[in-house]
Design a protein around this ligand. Sequence first.
Ligand code: MN
Length: 295
Amino acid sequence: MRYVVFDDNRLGLVDGQEIVDVTDVLGVTAGGVRGPLQSALEADALPVTLADPRCSSAPRVPIGEVTLRAPLPRPGKVIGAPVNYFAHQEEMEWPTTIAQLGVFLKASTSVIGPTDQVLLPYSDVRTDQEGELAVVIGRRARDVRREHALDYVLGYSCLLDITVRSTEDRSTRKSFDTFTPIGPWVVGKDEVGDPGNLQLRCWVNDELRQDVCTSDLIFDVPLLISYASSVMTLEPGDVIATGTPAGVGPIVDGDRIVVDVERVGRLEVGVSADGACPYASRPGMHLAEGPATVS
Ligand code: MN
């Protein structure tokens, strides 16, 4: 099942070229900034399928006539996985993995949806695209064993972990507003099957930059959930960005970024430098010691 959030906080199921608007038949509340998919999860209303008798009386609308939103516009947590593909590890010349680095958090306010734009914060510091598979947690999870980890998954989505290449901690470099596009929907795990056998591709304009199978993940999805849940309680609607493969590169004003994950979907967003400022103009810059080095 593909769950979409569209227009003014409506929750839908995708059926071919139509969306079945299940907001009212499921009694889902709009959910404010966290959205109706989050409120459906918290009301234990998911999973639901088109075979559910309540769907037969739900209104339908052509998918081309709605505005798709981020399925989870304000997740409780966005957990990131550093250096989690073997080829990206070589590219970064970084001998460590999650085993040494742990996971990191991105601000939940960095999430945008399929019709939004990535805004570059600095006019003179490189910002990169990182195409990733996102895992959406469906049930509260704490200290979950690897072999049971997928029981706690609602489904999957496409995600971009946009990153400034500068010296700050990851949580800063990856938490600018608009730096976590998610969508265009969440696909239920049963429809996706093995998350360790999905082809992931990412284009910037017509250039194919990233092309990998998730079998190349260092911490695969179950191990990543197991590890993250050993640190923090995972809650329904939390998002785990599973890491990016080789091929990260700079994005500039006017670019179009596409991330496509097999059996999950295709997310496309634009890039704008509107409002970008010089790096040296950031608050507190006068306290910086020595020249900045780019990592
Ligand atoms: Mn990443």
